[in-house]
Write a protein of this length. Sequence first.
Length: 168
Amino acid sequence: MRLKKTYSSREVAAFTGLTARQLQAWDAGGLLSATIPPHRTAAGGYTERRYTPIELFELLVLADLRQRGFTVRQLHDVLQVLQTQFGHRLFDATGGGGSVQLLTDGREIYARTAAGAFFNLLRMPSQPLLVVGDEGLLKDLGLSVRPKRRRRVSGSGKSSRGRRPAAE
């Protein structure tokens, strides 16, 4: 896919699954504003908002977090903490090569710094978490999940370990 310089609200809605009304509300509420805001035309109508590829990427991440159950208020908090505490925007922490990586377990959102410090961005964003054990054993959440291997079934209908295979 070739990147364009800007994307219309309709294109962004198609890519992200967000509605035009959500984009408008998020813009008005200060969650994420378009680079080129709508303006009145000579004919009396309005132009569409235009988003950069980086804003499109950030909206994809925000839409994904929203689908996972995070509230708009929590998304505001995460963006605010990333900016004030780490000096990064969402893009930097989710794929832009910044010094902070954003992680989630589905209930909380964490930041891991390049130095290995972890922060819970929704509870105590300025207090690093205590990491017990070897940090090197931690895995990135972005790794692909391997499907569970099936056991082979012998001709007698029993698995190789002598148990019947579970019904599927």
